[in-house]
Ligand binder design. Structure first.
Ligand code: DX5
Ligand code: ZN
Length: 216
């Protein structure tokens, strides 16, 4: 089953209560929450206090994408805020194994992300250890960018590795996904689709329905 994970980076935070209710009513079960520190990426978004307040208005699964350096420092803070899954960047961790183990020890699901310029091969030692791999299809930092086709080969590679290892794996793709290109990333192996601007520009409920039709 494929999952839609709308990125709240593109939501109008003035209307978060109203728009979260629209998402939930449209059947959205995952929220993608983009945390940016202004150091690992050239933008600053939000952190645990904001996630904690969104936690009060929805029962959705919180897919928290940490674009921050040394994310192990904040595992407990995001757990307390209500995160269900923490995805960290292999480029930002220092010790990737240690970070994965700490997230698991905290009782959370764990994802590992790679930037567009990082080879998928660096993921090999971790595929068995994580719940999800995240292939970035834009340079992280901003919503509304253009999809980078380099993600397609990486998705195929991850799907094959997971199959070879007999590993049930969530494979997420993030950045520039729209109604026109979503089928190509699904065909390449993605089963969790992040969409920010394509979900929140225009009629949200209608956009979610359109995505879910394409995902089923
Ligand atoms: C980018 C973020 C994405 C972004 C996606 O750094 O990780 O989740 O919000 O937005 P769109 O779908 O507009 O590219
Ligand atoms: Zn993201």
């Amino acid at each position: 089953m494929n999952i839609l994970s709308p990125s709240l980076l593109s939501i109008d935070f003035n209307n978060i209560g109203r728009d979260a209710a629209i998402l939930d009513k449209a059947g959205v079960s995952w929220y993608h929450l983009d945390v940016m520190d202004g150091a690992f990426v050239p933008n600053i978004s939000f952190g645990p206090p904001v996630i904690k307040s969104i936690r009060k208005i929805t029962k959705a699964f919180f897919d928290v994408h940490l674009m921050i350096n040394e994310p192990k420092r904040y595992i407990d803070a995001f757990k307390d805020a209500g995160a269900d899954l923490l995805t960290v960047h292999c480029e930002a961790c220092g010790d990737v194994n240690e970070t994965i183990n700490l997230i698991k020890k905290a009782g959370l699901k764990v994802g590992l992300a790679v930037n567009p310029e990082t080879d998928a091969e660096v993921l090999e030692p971790y595929i068995d250890k994580v719940d999800m791999i995240l292939i970035m299809s834009v340079h992280p930092g901003f919503g509304g960018q253009k999809f980078m086709p380099v993600a397609i080969e990486k998705l195929k590679w991850v799907k094959k590795k997971a199959a070879d290892k007999n590993k049930e794996l969530l494979i997420e793709v993030d950045g520039g996904i729209n109604f026109e290109n979503v089928s190509s990333v699904l065909d390449a192996g993605a089963n969790v689709i992040v969409a920010g601007s394509a979900c929140f520009n225009g009629d949200i409920a209608d956009n979610v329905r359109r995505f879910n039709d394409l995902l089923s």
